[in-house]
Design a protein around this ligand. Structure first.
Ligand SMILES: Nc1ncnc2c1ncn2[C@@H]1O[C@H](COP(=O)(O)OP(=O)(O)O)[C@@H](O)[C@H]1O
Ligand SMILES: N[C@@H](CCOP(=O)(O)O)C(=O)O
Length: 297
């Protein structure tokens, strides 16, 4: 049976709000069981997520080709919903790949799948690493309205991502609602400078400085902190160990820390001891370098 696999993503690396994201080894897997008289989606997400043609994956597939035959689908997922790990992006991309597989008239390239998914999401920071894998800088293409440019960064060999995933959902739309419409000019200039330096450090594989720059966001973290106080606790614990590299993953509630591999065990031990992080899923991950893929047999 054909399987579609899409990784989870962590957007908003540092001051790279809406433009810098990375893919990790948590996956959404969609198995195409076969044709059915109507769309039937077996999934583990409970009654709030539709199991018929209203499911986000099916809706996305139908944007590729309205005439595709209904299918029975089986969904497995390690990506928790509404926690800042790009579950909606992975569902949209899985749907576009599904439509691509099932259509007899349309064939989409990875580039087109990325562009369409970014248009649907409205920002490319999750969908770029979800489609292409790794760490990606992406943003609006000034030469072509409604399209996006994207550039992939080399992955660091000696760092890995650690996630703290609170046992609490936060819809991206809710978390965007707390952001101000305007920011101060001085602050914007400083944030823009730090974002530029962060991108330069990423392309120079300078992770000793990158981890500090990951903590310089002023676009969203100050406003979202009240929704995700765990960020303060993770930073406190990491700083006590002399470690930087923590940021709010996407719109929250996940907190991501990029840490040197030889420090990961130390940090995990301390995070797991914290009363304030009780109930959170705390684990070391790895970067996903491949991005979305289709496995046919
Ligand atoms: N695999 C999926 N199938 C169907 N709907 C999904 C799937 N993954 C996510 N969604 C929808 O997207 C919502 C979460 O999107 P969002 O608030 O953007 O959070 P995030 O993308 O950070 O996980 C879920 O509540 C659900 O409605
Ligand atoms: N830049 C977006 C990223 C949202 O990511 P998600 O994983 O929470 O969907 C934002 O901050 O709103």
């Amino acid at each position: 049976m054909t399987k579609i696999i899409v990784p989870a993503t962590s957007a908003n690396m540092g001051p790279g709000f809406d433009s810098l994201g990375l893919a990790v080894n948590l996956y959404l897997t969609v198995t195409i069981v076969g044709p059915s008289s109507q769309w039937l989606v077996h999934h583990p997400f409970g009654p709030d997520v539709p199991s018929d043609e209203k499911n986000m994956i099916v809706l996305s597939a139908l944007t590729v080709d309205h005439d595709i035959e209904p299918q029975e689908l089986r969904i497995e997922s390690d990506i928790p919903l509404a926690r800042g790990l790009g579950s909606s992006s992975s569902a949209i991309i899985a749907g576009l790949l599904l439509g691509n597989e099932l259509s007899s008239t349309v064939t989409l390239s990875s580039e087109t799948i990325f562009q369409r998914a970014a248009q649907i999401e409205g920002h490319p920071d999750n969908v770029a690493p979800a489609v292409f894998g790794g760490i990606v800088v992406a943003g609006p293409n000034p030469a072509k309205p409604k399209t996006f440019l994207h550039y992939q960064v080399q992955l660091p060999a000696d760092y890995l991502p650690i996630v703290v995933i609170p046992d609490r959902q936060l819809a991206t739309s809710t978390s965007r609602d707390v952001l101000p419409d305007q920011t101060d000019r001085r602050q914007s200039v400083q944030s823009s400078a730090q974002s530029n330096i962060l991108v330069a450090s990423l392309f120079n594989n300078d992770w000793a400085n990158t981890v500090h720059l990951l903590e310089t966001d002023r676009f969203h973290e100050p406003y979202r902190l009240k929704l995700v106080p765990e960020l303060t606790e993770v930073r406190r614990i990491a700083h006590d160990l002399g470690l930087s590299g923590s940021y709010l993953s996407g719109a929250g509630t996940t907190v991501m820390t990029i840490v040197k591999k030889d420090q990961a065990g130390n940090l995990l031990d301390q995070l797991k001891k914290s009363e304030k992080l009780k109930g959170a899923q705390i684990q070391a991950l790895s970067f996903d370098a491949k991005g979305a893929r289709v496995i046919r047999d």
